[in-house]
Design a protein around this ligand. Structure first.
Ligand code: GRF
Length: 199
């Protein structure tokens, strides 16, 4: 299957998935998409020899036209699965409808606990004894959508934001490629209809 990864920032998950894909005959990363020209993920794409495209939302009159251009890009690249990895925008109908059940996201908490931008800080602040990582289908909400996989991790008394973030990212970099591999091998999602039939 052909995968596009969407990233707004560092792109460490993008890099982990791209590196893992080399060992997989089930999927390949054909595109990095970003909404921010300064995203470090773009440097990683260049290093990895993966095509990168940046579309800036401010160049569009509205979200619908922005996403229509992204959709055209995905169709040109024959993308089967969209993987959000630190993509800091809510995905709208224009992309969700044609890519129903084919857009996934990773979040640094055990959803439905601690959705939103400050998941790691929030878990520490409330004194939670554990947190974790969730991979889920994307819908129109923020960090909602059916859960695909989860892994928990204890929060130690000595943990700070930095130590916990490091532990969480270590899990993410393993769990995301593993989950993608399992998803694309579970073929029933992908074989029934081709993309062109759904648009
Ligand atoms: C990850 O921690 C992910 O859970 C969250 O955003 C972060 C992205 O990190 N959605 P990176 O850009 O992949 O390094």
């Amino acid at each position: 299957k052909r995968i596009a990864i969407f990233a707004s920032g560092s792109g460490s998950n993008f890099e982990a998935i791209a590196k893992a894909s080399v060992w997989s005959d089930a999927y390949e990363v054909v595109l990095l998409f970003s909404d921010r020209p300064e995203a470090y993920a773009l440097n990683r794409a260049e290093q990895l020899g993966i095509e990168a495209q940046v579309y800036e939302p401010s160049h569009y009159p509205d979200k619908r036209s922005y996403e229509a251009d992204i959709l055209a890009l995905l169709i040109r690249h024959r993308v089967d699965l969209v993987v959000l990895a630190g993509y800091m925008r809510l995905v709208g109908e224009t992309l969700l409808q044609p890519y129903q059940n084919r857009i996934i996201n990773i979040h640094p908490s055990l959803l439905p606990l601690f959705p939103g931008l400050h998941a790691i800080e929030n878990a520490i602040d409330v004194g939670a004894s554990q947190t974790g990582v969730t991979i889920h289908y994307v819908d129109e909400g923020m960090d909602t959508g059916p859960i695909i996989s989860q892994e928990s991790i204890p929060i130690e008394p000595a943990d700070t934001y930095d130590t916990l973030k490091e532990k969480i990212q270590k899990i993410e970099h393993r769990l995301y490629p593993e989950t993608i591999e399992q998803m694309v091998r579970k073929d029933e999602l992908f074989v029934k209809t081709s993309l062109t039939e759904r648009i």
